[in-house]
Design a protein around this ligand. Sequence first.
Ligand SMILES: [Zn+2]
Length: 178
Amino acid sequence: MAVRPIVTDPENKVLRGKAKRVGRIDDYVRRLIDDMVETMRAAPGVGLAAPQIGVPLRVIVVDYEDQLFAVVNPEIVKSSGDETDEEGCLSAPHWQGPVSRAASLIVKGRDRDGKEVRIKAEGWLARIFQHECDHLEGTIFLDRVRDRSQIHWVEPEVGEAEAAGEDAEPHEPPEERR
Ligand SMILES: [Zn+2]
């Protein structure tokens, strides 16, 4: 397993493109899943989609309250309710904003062994699945913030910006795409 670099360039073509369906779930896909889990945990984050590490395939991983999910070709088949809450994203570090999402849903797809899975999720777990499935369409949560003035910059922890080798100064949020 390996931690892979996370794409944070809002113009990146893989991050902003539509990911392809996975055909056969083979060792390449299983290694991709393992690397995604390791990358997500190292970040740390609660979810990651393959395009975020530069791989244009429909694979997501979610780690929430001791439950780890890896879903290949995920599809949201049923959703209901509406909840608005603050989101952030490993591909848009330090930005946060309120996003309206379905409150509960069912995700269908395949697991790492190619077995069909059907996951019922609500609340934060449902939110994470919607956020990660959005990445497969090239959509970032910032695109879904209705009032752009509510997007805000969260100060990095002391030493964090330095460790990441990045500039901690606030800047303009990534451009809206749709
Ligand atoms: Zn994200």
